[in-house]
Design a protein around this ligand. Structure first.
Ligand SMILES: [Zn+2]
Length: 364
């Protein structure tokens, strides 16, 4: 029998009642909240994954994961959302034209509404990663939701900044992928595609430039995200099992999201993708425009080896501090990159305590 870790497993969380809470968005997608419940408590924590990841990033059995850590620290009612960027759903790899505005307008407010149906008016603290963090912050700062007691944003929030190579990729990649190469999405599993198909060829081509390890999905992910070998994490921060199953944790991504990220990078802040699109009139064109009015404290985390969103959160913290002095915090994560603050083998020792410390200070 294989000892491979099964996909979408809940085995990483012990001693909690685990339940699924499906909900729908106004634009007609089915999404899901998963509840990890030991007992009711005053401070509920909601976890928001990044693009191409899923709630699985918080419940990995091969290390001491964030959900277990929070439950043991007294936060005994933890929820994790799977929104349209989740690899538990087919949406990322279907033909679509979703942007982060869709997530901000439709997904996060609907998730909060479903959560409130179960927990009433208890305090809600959000921990979010990557484009889950950007889009959640867009919801909050765009006025699409409120009533959140605190937010922890890893890697990036409302000021996406990327290395120069990533800027080129974001700028030219989507058109190149869609019109020249014929990919509407990029899949870390292209290495397993039939020999000589386009996916197989792309994977073999990329691996020529990635000699840092022998996991082809790791090479593909470095191509999809950031600038580095590898780009998303430092290898020595990951358990071997995590590295080997990285394609289970990070799925395929529709390239259109890159266009919105590129627009934000060019603008130097989170902006609406298409101000003329009538569906999004409820959202601001500039998500920092009303930053002074938002009174939810935000802890921005930034690994000093972040090769995906670089110093985004250092700069975002500065901007938010200018708008609302004394409200927000920044914490550096020495030795960490973009994704290993959650996926890392020692994240429970190096990263999670900073999160819990912040939430405990805001839980009153
Ligand atoms: Zn690797």
């Amino acid at each position: 029998m294989s000892n491979r870790i099964p996909r979408f497993t809940h085995d990483g969380v012990k001693g909690a009642d685990i339940s699924a809470h499906p909900f729908a968005t106004e634009d007609g997608l089915g999404l899901n909240l998963t509840r990890f419940h030991r007992a009711d408590c005053d401070d509920v924590v909601l976890l928001v994954h990044g693009l191409t990841l899923a709630s699985d990033m918080f419940i990995m059995p091969e290390h001491r994961n964030l959900v277990s850590y929070l439950l043991d620290e007294g936060f005994t009612d933890v929820w994790a959302v799977d929104f349209r960027m989740s690899n538990r759903f087919p949406y990322d790899m279907e033909t679509h034209r979703f942007t982060l505005d869709d997530c901000a307008l439709y997904d996060h407010p609907a998730a909060l509404a479903e959560l409130r149906r179960h927990i009433g008016d208890r305090r809600v603290h959000v921990i979010a990663h990557c484009l889950g963090s950007v889009s959640f912050m867009m919801s909050l700062y765009g006025g699409a939701l409120d009533g959140v007691t605190s937010v922890i944003a890893n890697s990036v929030a409302l000021v996406p900044r990327v290395p120069l190579w990533s800027k080129y990729k974001l700028g030219y990649g989507p058109a190149l992928a869609e019109y020249l190469l014929g990919f509407s999405f990029l899949d870390p599993r292209f290495g397993d595609a039939p020999v000589l198909t386009r996916g197989w060829l792309l994977s073999r081509f990329l691996s020529v430039f990635h000699r840092e390890c022998d996991v082809r999905a790791c090479h593909l992910l470095s191509f999809m995200w950031g600038s580095g070998r590898p780009a998303l994490y430092d290898h020595h921060n990951l358990d071997d099992a995590t590295h080997e199953r990285i394609a289970d944790l990070c799925g395929g991504v529709g390239v259109h999201y890159y266009r919105h990220v590129h627009k934000m990078v060019e603008a130097g802040r989170a902006v609406k993708y298409d101000p003329k699109d009538g569906r999004f009139t409820a959202l601001p064109d500039d998500y920092l425009a009303n930053a002074a009015d938002i009174r939810t404290p935000v802890l921005m985390l930034g690994g000093d080896r972040n090769r995906v969103f670089a110093d985004s959160n250092v700069v975002c913290h500065r901007r938010l501090e200018e708008a609302a002095p004394g409200l927000h915090e920044f914490a550096a994560l020495p030795g960490y990159g973009h994704m290993d603050p959650f996926l890392g083998r020692d994240a429970h020792a190096d990263v999670f305590p900073k999160m819990v410390d912040f939430i405990k200070r805001k839980a009153c």
